[in-house]
Design a protein around this ligand. Structure first.
Ligand SMILES: [Zn+2]
Length: 129
């Protein structure tokens, strides 16, 4: 009797909203999130780990190496240790990103009103503090 085996190669297409979600280099550990801002990567790590999912950050200390490697390669990356946690981690991440609430903020520099999702003033490019 011949047993048929199917080997399925899953390719994770870039997420339409968060292009770094789901991109995958390895089949076991998967990269969940990447951002040039280490604070945001750490923030996501805290959210995911509060749901008992083990993660680690790659390129955590690569920030000083920009210039030797291309900038995008040195962005901190958040990886999920266990492949079986990955789907859940993506869900948690998406939920957390949707739940970003806020109110319009007034620029301290030019007094223009900005959308809560803006980190810099649309008018004068001053960083929201
Ligand atoms: Zn402004």
């Amino acid at each position: 009797m011949i047993e048929k085996q199917f080997v399925v190669f899953l390719s994770y297409l870039p997420h339409p909203i968060f292009p770094f979600i789901g991109s995958s280099e390895y089949s076991i550990m998967k990269m969940l999130y990447s951002n040039e801002n280490m604070f945001l990567v750490n923030n996501v790590k805290n959210i995911i780990e509060s749901n008992d999912i083990s993660t680690f950050i790659k390129n955590e200390f690569a920030q000083g190496a920009i210039g030797e490697v291309s900038a995008i390669d040195s962005w901190p990356e958040l990886w999920v240790h266990d492949d079986t946690d990955f789907e859940q981690a993506v869900e948690i991440l998406e939920r957390s990103q949707k739940n970003i609430k806020g109110e319009d903020w007034a620029c301290k520099n030019c007094s223009e009103t900005n959308d809560p999702s803006f980190e810099i003033c649309w008018n004068c490019q001053k960083v929201h503090t």
